[in-house]
Design a protein around this ligand. Structure first.
Ligand code: ZN
Length: 354
């Protein structure tokens, strides 16, 4: 029996044994994710064993009251702040455009794993120990497929019910350095899961979802700097960086739409709808990439301080007060909003490429 099959059985048992509605919905969403993963890696797309009962359980996982409370205390002030951020982010990209080159696939799977693990070992040997099992065949699945976009060709499922994590990479043949960057990103999700796992964060925790892309994006960005510093695929790394910065612009655009939706609901005294619950997660990439660039600069100047701040930021993610999170861990909100660190990064990338 594979680890995934065992995990599915365990999670199903936990679901069947729990009585509280919130726990049932939590285990149901974990089970749903595992079953979807099972189908993906076995090339089944009709989800034969994801029952209506399971869907119904998950659909009750968003509590409008919770969302409303959360909106009043955290998201309303956050949305004002994000307006400023996105305005500045867009401004810093004005007139910038780079053709993105599809990168050479020259690394074997074995090499890809070694490069990703060597990076984590360089960042912190403790993290190397945390992630090394996650590239084993029990935890990492390679599904044939090629994607031209630089949005991650992978996914990570962290099962908060059991603490196991699984990475799926869509890749045919060998790996490009960009695909390895993606593996580094997905491994970042497994670390974030492990750090937060002990708190058994419920799947509908909005702070967790809002900052769900932070740690993975931080490692993705610091990995790019690590490649540049070690002169390994440095030119490709610069291209990857520019591409990530362009993706940040898209994320800023999406976040503006979320803000508009929130302001519309608030102005018209409308309840938070289902559309809102899905839109709110569009903040993920905005905050993920902004904080990644911010911390990556801090890491260049003072690695020890940056590591300390990054770990503490991730540990505090279950807090309900998103705004105080932003100011507690070495982040100057004014600096974050001014986006000078983005401008410095763009300037640096251009200098290397043009
Ligand atoms: Zn991600």
């Amino acid at each position: 029996m594979s680890l995934l099959d065992e995990d599915i059985a365990k999670t199903r048992k936990l679901l069947n044994c729990s009585n509280s509605k919130s726990k049932r919905s939590f285990y149901a969403s974990m089970l749903h994710e595992l079953l979807q993963l099972h189908d993906t890696i076995n090339y089944e797309d009709n989800n034969p064993h994801i029952s209506q009962e399971l869907y119904d359980l998950i659909n009750t996982s968003y509590h409008a009251d919770d969302l409303l409370k959360f909106h009043e205390h955290s998201l309303a002030p956050l949305s004002q702040y994000t307006f400023r951020l996105t305005k500045n982010t867009n401004k810093s990209f004005k007139g910038e455009y780079f053709d993105y080159t599809y990168l050479n696939k020259k690394y074997s799977l074995k090499q890809a794993k070694e490069i990703a693990l060597a990076f984590y070992n360089d960042f912190d040997p403790k993290l190397y120990n945390m992630v090394k099992e996650n590239v084993d065949s029990d935890h990492l699945f390679i599904v044939p497929g090629d994607f031209f976009s630089s949005t991650c060709d992978g996914a990570c499922s962290f099962n908060y019910a059991t603490g196991n994590s699984y990475i799926t990479m869509y890749n045919s043949g060998n790996f490009s350095i960009e695909a390895i960057d993606c593996l580094v990103h997905e491994l970042g999700h497994t670390i974030q899961g492990k750090i937060n796992y002990s708190k058994l964060i419920l799947s509908n925790n909005i702070a967790l979802n809002t900052f769900g892309e932070v740690l993975s994006s931080i490692f993705e960005t610091i990995f790019i700097d690590y490649l540049i510093a070690s002169k390994q695929d440095a030119k490709d790394a610069y291209y990857m960086d520019i591409n990530n910065l362009l993706l940040l612009r898209n994320a800023a655009f999406e976040a503006r739409r979320v803000n508009k939706h929130i302001l519309y609901l608030t102005a018209n005294n409308k309840p938070l709808d289902e559309e809102f619950s899905s839109k709110v997660f569009e903040y993920q990439y905005l905050y993920g990439r902004l904080l990644a660039n911010y911390y990556a600069e801090q890491y260049k100047i003072d690695p020890e301080k940056a590591r300390f701040n990054i770990y503490n930021f991730i540990k505090s993610i279950s807090t309900r007060d998103i705004l105080s999170m932003l100011s507690n861990y070495g982040i100057d909100k004014e600096e974050l909003a001014q986006c000078q660190y983005l401008k410095r990064r763009i300037k640096n990338d251009k200098k290397a490429l043009v």
